[in-house]
Design a binder for this molecule. Sequence first.
Ligand SMILES: Cc1cc2nc3c(=O)[nH]c(=O)nc-3n(C[C@H](O)[C@H](O)[C@H](O)COP(=O)(O)OP(=O)(O)OC[C@H]3O[C@@H](n4cnc5c(N)ncnc54)[C@H](O)[C@@H]3O)c2cc1C
Length: 248
Amino acid sequence: MSEEWIQGTVVENVRWTEQLHSLRIEADIAPFTAGQFTRLALDVDGERIARPYSLVNAPDIRPLEFYFITVPHGPLSQRLYALNEGDFVWVAKRPAGHFTLTNVSSAKTLWLLSTGTALGVFLSILRTQEPWERFERVVLVHGVRTSDEQTYLELLAEIGAAHPGRFHVIHSVTRPGGASQPENRITTMIQDGRLEAEAGARLDPESCQIMICGRPEMVSDTLHLLEKRGLAKNRSLTPGQITTEKYW
Ligand SMILES: Cc1cc2nc3c(=O)[nH]c(=O)nc-3n(C[C@H](O)[C@H](O)[C@H](O)COP(=O)(O)OP(=O)(O)OC[C@H]3O[C@@H](n4cnc5c(N)ncnc54)[C@H](O)[C@@H]3O)c2cc1C
């Protein structure tokens, strides 16, 4: 089936840094489940350049919101950064994707592991009731390079205040002050036990479900580490504890 495009209007472009920004867009898309993505596109020299982007707003919140990084020479991301209030952008009418809580079993702890802009997909999920009805605790881990990439702090604080004692946020900053500190990678923090110690929760098959999203290397490396601990990928015929989505 061919993609159905609708015209969206930018209502705000929040530029967090020179590379990171969020677009708020008015567009009448079809209903979606938190965790899904839709496609955004711009017409450049007669060609439509389209890419998938996770929705950051919860399904019942408007306008739509997306969180981006501009990648060097990226044909679409560079242009999205330049958009201003009132500009048009194509939005695919029907969101898609399986990175939702629908196929994730209930458990004591829900771990949400993200790098960079993948934080956004979890902000949508966290602003629905489902995680709070189905899990005792939620631990969100956000891996960034530098501390100015720690965005959405106010929203995270609001989510924490709405669920006292049940929401724990951990930032892993791999280049604080510019110097590389690989020991702060999410994978290293799992290996040396720091992540579990900071969260006060276990990464084990008995007590948790884990959703991982973002940089492909982080997703694969974390998956392998957790598989060595006896956790398994969540598949439709053989449910496990780990659900993943890669951004490229
Ligand atoms: C399901 C899904 C959801 C996505 N959601 C988001 C989102 O919410 N926000 C977002 O910024 N991107 C997201 N992406 C990536 C996005 O679709 C584009 O790939 C990205 O914006 C770059 O587009 P481009 O045309 O500028 O460059 P492209 O030519 O498409 O990409 C060039 C290169 O940039 C790198 N890259 C791509 N995306 C990222 C990223 N997010 N962080 C760091 N490096 C990257 C990769 O090395 C890629 O090969 C998602 C991808 C998928 C598959």
